[in-house]
Design a protein around this ligand. Structure first.
Ligand code: ITT
Length: 221
């Protein structure tokens, strides 16, 4: 009996070492946003990701990056390069840039979603968005998510996910983060902030982009 426990222990320990030290792929996720990390981890669990993934706490924190690109792709790449400057070249690094595009605002706030209205709490930011739309009958909007992946040989890959929906008349629900309370995905009768994690993960822009990223990584592995 004891021998079996010993063998099990050795097996599990070896597998742990294999995953961390020998596994050909180790993915660094470049983000400072704890909500994104939570969603990324949920999506990893959902898809049974079996390679090591490292987040901010594992590499001493995400460095400050000036997100001055003119597209989601450019900003995601800046984040990848920001982390690469800290941890060194020759690694798999992924970063994500996302935002909410509102048709009646000509696509704003878009890549400026995190800074819309300046340094104000997100509840005020959501109210500001609703007030900008108070006279608008067109409530259509979409969340965009773009992952930038850099491979150890320095190649860049981009994966986009989109979730179409409408902006509600008033905030709804307390789940999720950011603009979730004011965004209702098409085909749903409730905002992202009312849905369970599992429901959001089936249709969100981040889930769509993550699926494409994972398909690529599984083939590269
Ligand atoms: P990192 O740059 O560190 O990854 P960030 O919060 O600065 O984190 P972005 O520059 O990509 O991220 O800003 C995206 C903003 O868009 C984010 O702060 C939210 O306000 C909004 N957003 C993105 N995805 C969202 C989601 O799933 N639900 C609600 N709001 C979201």
């Amino acid at each position: 009996m004891k021998k079996w426990i010993f063998l099990l222990f050795v097996g599990l320990t070896s597998y742990g070492f294999y995953k961390i030290l020998i596994h050909p792929m180790k993915l660094y996720v470049a983000t400072g946003n704890p909500h994104k990390i939570t969603e990324f981890k949920r999506l990893m669990a959902l898809h049974g990701v079996d390679f090591p993934v490292l987040f901010g706490g594992d590499y001493g924190g995400m460095p400050e990056v000036d997100e001055n690109g003119d597209s989601y792709e450019a900003n995601a790449q800046l984040k990848v390069e920001g982390l690469e400057a800290k941890i060194g070249e020759g690694r798999w690094i992924v970063a994500e840039d996302s935002g909410l595009e509102v048709s009646a605002l000509s696509g704003d706030p878009g890549i400026y979603s995190a800074r819309f209205g300046g340094k104000i709490p997100q509840t005020e930011r959501n109210q500001l968005l609703l007030s900008r739309l108070s006279n608008s009958s067109d409530r259509s909007a979409r969340f965009i998510c773009c992952y930038c992946l850099k491979s150890p040989d320095g190649k860049l890959y981009f994966f986009r996910g989109v979730c179409e929906g409408t902006i509600l008349a008033a905030p709804q629900g307390g789940q999720g983060f950011g603009y979730d309370p004011v965004f209702q995905p098409n085909g749903e009768q409730r905002s992202f902030a009312v849905m369970s994690d599992e429901q959001k993960d089936r249709i969100s822009h981040r889930a769509m982009a993550f699926n494409a990223l994972l398909r690529f990584l599984k083939n590269a592995n």
